[in-house]
Design a protein around this ligand. Structure first.
Ligand code: HEC
Length: 178
């Protein structure tokens, strides 16, 4: 009986050591993955990349809405946005793309293609205005972000065959984390 208790206690010590070791391993693994590392919002490089997305989003959306309003009968402002996205990519600043989340795009080429875009489309359809992921390690990290694009004007809605305010898609950003 006493012997049994002793070995029970011993087993417990082994148990404790093993679980501490496992916890330490998990902690090392977790701190090695970037997504977790910034969960508390303490990574300044990630904060800078997010701020860049916020600034770009305001810039692009203001421009597209302004062009749509001012050139009332003109071609879709997305054509201008696509030119600017192309120039930013060519110069190596960031990548951006307008992606469909309505399931009925004007251009099939704008349907979600990558795994990130598919996950972002689902998030937008579930009512989230923003979705992000961080990929890569060390110097090569990238912030993938998606920001909602609803039919903000009557004109967006009528050209897209949607209702005003309805979800059309999102802008997908890829910004280096540095
Ligand atoms: C005159 C018609 C027209 C208007 C107005 C218009 N769009 Fe579009 N939109 C298009 C066309 C055409 C495309 C496809 C462009 C391409 O890929 O070459 C498009 C593409 C898009 C896409 C990508 C998904 C898709 O459907 O292909 C989104 C999102 C989008 N527009 C949002 C908007 C928003 C928001 C507004 C209002 C600010 C707007 N559009 C106004 C015609 C229009």
């Amino acid at each position: 009986m006493q012997k049994g208790m002793k070995s029970g206690r011993l087993y417990c010590v082994v148990c404790l050591v093993a679980s501490l070791a496992a916890a330490a391993l998990v902690a090392v693994l977790v701190s090695g993955t970037n997504l977790r590392a910034d969960e508390a919002g303490k990574d300044p490089a990630v904060t800078r990349a997010r701020d860049q997305v916020k600034m770009l989003d305001s810039l692009y959306k203001t421009a597209v809405v302004s062009v749509t309003k001012r050139y009332d009968e003109g071609p879709p402002a997305i054509k201008v946005a696509m030119d600017v996205f192309g120039a930013m990519d060519k110069e190596g600043w960031h990548k951006a793309k307008l992606v469909d989340a309505s399931g009925a795009p004007q251009n099939e080429a704008n349907l979600p293609k990558t795994d990130f875009e598919k996950r972002a489309a689902k998030a937008m359809q579930a009512g989230k205005p923003y979705y992000e992921e961080i990929a890569g390690q060390g110097e090569k990290r990238t912030l993938y972000a998606a920001t909602i694009v609803p039919a903000v004007l009557k004109r967006c809605a009528s050209c897209h065959g949607a209702k005003e305010g309805e979800l059309l898609g999102f802008i997908r950003y890829e910004v280096p984390v540095k």
